[in-house]
Design a binder for this molecule. Sequence first.
Ligand SMILES: Nc1ncnc2c1ncn2[C@@H]1O[C@H](COP(=O)(O)OP(=O)(O)OP(=O)(O)O)[C@@H](O)[C@H]1O
Ligand SMILES: [Mg+2]
Length: 510
Amino acid sequence: MGAGTDVVLRLDAITKRFGGLVANDAISLSLRKGEVIALLGENGAGKTTLMNILFGQYTADSGSVAVMGQTLPPGNSRAALEAGVGMVHQHFTLADNMSVQENITLGVDPLLAPGLNRAAARKRILDLAERFHLAVHPDARVGSLSVGERQRVEILKALYRDMKVLILDEPTAVLTPQETDDLFATLRQAVASGLSIIFISHKLHEVMAIAHRVVVLRHGRLVGEVATEDTDKSALSAMMMGGAEARAPEVSRTEPGRALMELRGVSTPNIGNAPGLKDVTLSLRAGQILGLAGVSGNGQAALAEVVGGQRKPGSGTLVLNDAPPTAWTPRDAVRRGIARIPEDRHKTGTISDFDLTENAILERYKGTPFSSHGWLNWRAARRFADEIIQKYDVRCPGADTRIRLLSGGNMQKLILGRVLEAAPQIILANQPVRGLDIGAVNYVHSQLLAARDRGAAVLLISEDLDEITRLSDVIHVISEGRLSPGFARGQKSPAELGIWMAGQGFADAS
Ligand SMILES: Nc1ncnc2c1ncn2[C@@H]1O[C@H](COP(=O)(O)OP(=O)(O)OP(=O)(O)O)[C@@H](O)[C@H]1O
Ligand SMILES: [Mg+2]
């Protein structure tokens, strides 16, 4: 790197411990102007921790961070921001009840002459939005935005502050493939104008597409550093997993059993901009994985809500074990053996200040074996949590850890364990492997297949066509609330499914 005059950021021997756990072990790293580094590593490898230290949200036990040759005071995000480091967090941090503009300018604009500043701020936001193709409306309330839009706001917020270094912690985990392409186009443009980026993702093809250099962490240590042009996906995955090979589970063919749940001509009202269901008929059969392909925001949420008991069909019939249920709430759904892997694990999956034990029994604490005569059986609960931690390889200090301290992927593993260990009849798996590393993805897939093989019906909702085509025995495409006919495994190529996803097949059919 020669004299290193173009080094924007330097991390020097960063070490961070949480109790006995070494989350970062003497990590050194430098980033050049206009460079994109991908930070790769298994769930819990220490990626977010390192970024939080760089961004001043955590204080390292030792080591230092320098931006443009200036050492930053530790644990001071204000100083990091002022030095030009911006971070888009793994979990969004926007204020829901404020507008896009208020969120972007929060903490930046002096409150003097607010009218004047607001007009100038607005102009700057609109200019940036246009220049970087980040379509969002300054007056929209953040709470009403889709995840893709929220993320654009996060990125605008960084661009607005004129950052030198932008940290993106799993920015694509919540994006549709199209949104990911758009994001990459935006990032390439920002990089061409001199921004440096640290990009975190578990998706190797994305890493290969966007990064100049890949840095691999394993158990808190930096174990490899390689130029993207000198490596490939399998070499990266081997580096990440310490030589172990990532192997996708075998998928056998099975005969489906009877219908455990049917939707007959179900329609639901639209929710805001998101379409409701339009005359949807499908059946979830024992021993079958039904894959729902489609671009997010096309009625998947409505379908998941009907199946999970949060929503009653507006018209049409829901049939459960051959009869319409007399009551239909989430609690009824749980009681009837339906388990949910929720799409947004922070909003609906967990209570962040509860520990792992409490979160493990969250949906079932009222029944056996966790309570009797109104008393909670903590010992049984704790045993259940320990079992999940062990079986699903949830990396954490112990079952009494508050769940918000877990790495993103480990949180997801706990939820999965909670769902699958309850031996449900019907599993509603909504983006089940979002944020998981390759090893964990394979494990979860093998567990969904095992659930199928013991006779459960699985509804798999995913935007990842590879995942859908690999696991599903039957595939339906959803587009604007309409459902395609069911296609048997292998009947349609991904390209053909893509045509349905774009809403084409429906026009042909009508
Ligand atoms: N505040 C904290 N207190 C205790 N332990 C923590 C805290 N923050 C992180 N950890 C632990 O440090 C380890 C590294 O976590 P980190 O979030 O950095 O992982 P990650 O590489 O970002 O993983 P993922 O891919 O799942 O997001 C994990 O074992 C995590 O549980
Ligand atoms: Mg993380």
